[in-house]
Write a protein that binds this ligand. Structure first.
Ligand code: HEC
Length: 145
């Protein structure tokens, strides 16, 4: 008799345990891909909220958010930020030629350094800021208010 009860009780316990576990699982079940897609739009909005509208970003803002990705470390052969020696032969090309390279892309550098929504003037501002850190004295085109 007790044997029969045990046989009946065990599956019941197992079922309750499974139900409880499933309940727990519901909360901790995280799909990283789904989470990323859910978070992304919010993150984008927040980035837009703290930075300024496209078109009126300063050279410093652009360099720190985009160009530094390669130039600070010298990744993929980028002339390093602030390295006068590495930049000297490039600075000799002049501001307009450097800006043209940055807009069009050069070698491993994608057009606009990958900042696809940068305006030409914004790229010019970034070039001036970046080059000036390496000893140039270019005038960064002002941001119109
Ligand atoms: C994906 C990496 C990467 C990013 C991001 C990047 N650069 Fe570059 N940059 C390079 C590399 C590599 C070179 C050297 C290209 C060559 O001479 O082959 C370079 C060269 C340059 C030059 C010299 C061009 C010349 O004619 O010699 C300028 C100016 C420049 N980058 C500006 C920028 C600016 C401004 C940004 C941000 C808007 C930026 N870069 C973002 C990789 C990058």
């Amino acid at each position: 008799m007790s044997n029969q009860r045990t046989r009946f009780a065990l599956p019941a316990v197992a079922m309750i345990a499974a139900a409880l576990l499933a309940g727990c699982g519901e909360q901790s079940k995280i799909d990283p891909e789904l989470t990323a897609t859910l978070i992304q739009p919010v993150a984008r909005v927040e980035i837009k909220a703290v930075t300024v509208a496209p078109g009126s970003r300063t050279g410093e803002q652009i360099v720190k958010s985009i160009c530094a990705g390669c130039h600070d470390s010298g990744a993929v052969g980028a002339p390093k930020t602030g390295d006068a020696g590495e930049w000297a032969p490039r600075l000799a090309l002049g501001f307009d030629a450097l800006t043209a390279s940055a807009i069009a892309g050069k070698g491993a550098m994608p057009p606009r350094g990958g900042g696809t929504d940068l305006t030409d003037t914004e790229v010019a501002r970034a070039v001036a800021y970046l080059a000036n850190l390496a000893g140039a004295s270019f005038t960064e085109p002002p941001v119109e208010q």
